[in-house]
Ligand binder design. Structure first.
Ligand SMILES: [Zn+2]
Length: 379
């Protein structure tokens, strides 16, 4: 059964009595302290707080939302485990962003240092409130479509060299989601990871030279049975989580029941979770504000280093991610400091994809991380 996908095949009651014309534009749901109003019938978002289980995935996404510098999130696991639903749900509950009207990169009016070349040239920048974007990168996408390209029509009809922004432009300040990232060509994955790490997309072609802001959280999902990512790419994702179809009966029943209730009446279903979603939004906003002032004690850093050393992770990326992730988790939970418990809870997501194969140890990477955590971090 596909627990994630739609069960629209069965005849349904009319989804909503709200007519298409009356449906509130998503932009209007933008007051930061208000939950989204009843969602349009055509595109309701399943509430993040209504997702059953999948704690590790939800935590990883929340951490990336608190501190995008932890790097992307790789979600490995079965089909139909709510990966795409979780990302969309999370983006929908994030506070809407102030953006320069008409800017293809949705520049933040309050951060002139990050402005694109258009916005830099303007004296006055009218702002609007827009939802956090979630951009899907389809597997067949060409590099031009991803990074942007010369606007051929304008070049041919008006003889002007103009840039037509691609998917990376649209993803700025939001999420870029790639289903089956392990089937994407290596050079594209490489390129995406570069842009995600630098926050800048540079396009040089046909006499065009463009740099534009492209800060986004890269979320890739995939089924390892259908193709592996090269280890060099794997280890550049900040976090890696595993999702599985729930095997216990009550959870399965709960998943199906909620999905069905949502499909039958999205507005009523979403209203039931508005309060819980609002609480998450509040925690996220507070965590972002708290993050810059939260330092990591030496003892925690030392433990992170010992853990990476024991596991033999390459380079220092493991420690860096471990530290940032633990700090973001502590910020989200409103903790005063980043302690060993934060480290221990986040270690599997931050490290399992960085382990070299050990011919003497056939246990899976998750088990190896868990063992090292127990040996080194147990109180
Ligand atoms: Zn701009």
């Amino acid at each position: 059964m596909n627990l994630n996908g739609s069960i629209r095949a069965m005849p349904l009651k009319p989804v909503s009595t709200v007519s298409a014309r009356e449906k509130p534009p998503i932009l209007r749901a933008a007051a930061p302290d208000k939950a989204p109003r009843s969602l349009p019938a055509a595109a309701p978002t399943f509430p993040f707080s209504a997702i059953v289980g999948q704690d590790e995935m939800r935590r990883a996404l929340l951490i990336a939302a608190v501190d995008p510098s932890v790097g992307g999130v790789l979600v490995f696991g079965d089909r139909g485990t709510g990966k795409s639903t979780a990302i969309r749900g999370l983006a929908a509950l994030l506070p809407p962003m102030a953006a320069v009207v008409g800017c293809p990169y949705a520049c933040d009016p309050g951060r002139p240092a990050e402005h694109c070349h258009h916005c830099r040239e303007q004296a006055v920048l009218p702002a609007e409130s827009v939802p956090v974007p979630v951009v899907d990168l389809p597997l067949g996408a060409t590099e031009d479509r991803v990074v942007g390209a010369l606007d051929l029509e304008r070049a041919l009809t008006r003889g002007e060299k103009a840039f037509e922004p691609g998917l990376l432009a649209r993803a700025n300040r939001g999420f870029l989601y790639i289903d089956e990232v392990n089937l994407l060509e290596d050079h594209l994955v490489d390129l995406l990871l570069d842009v995600a790490a630098s926050g800048v997309n540079t396009v040089e072609r046909e006499g065009l030279s463009i740099r534009h802001p492209a800060r986004f959280v890269l979320v890739g999902s995939g089924n390892p049975e259908e193709g592996e990512l090269r280890p060099q790419l794997l280890d550049r994702f900040g976090l890696a989580v595993e999702v599985t179809t729930p095997t216990d009966l009550p959870t399965r029943i709960d998943v199906v029941r909620r999905r069905d209730a949502y499909e039958r009446d999205p507005a009523a279903f979403c209203a039931g979770y508005a309060k819980a979603d609002r609480a998450i939004r509040k925690a996220l906003t507070a965590a972002r504000a708290r993050l810059p002032g939260l330092s990591v004690p030496d003892a925690t850093l030392e433990a992170a280093a010992r853990l990476c050393l024991a596991l033999g992770t390459d380079g220092l990326r493991g420690e860096l991610t471990l530290m940032r992730t633990a700090r973001a988790l502590a910020a989200y939970e409103g903790a005063e400091t980043v302690d060993l418990d934060h480290l221990a809870r986040i270690a599997p997501s931050a490290l399992r994809h960085r382990l070299r194969r050990n011919p003497l140890d056939e246990s899976g990477s998750t088990a190896r991380v868990a063992r090292a955590v127990e040996d080194l971090l147990a109180p």
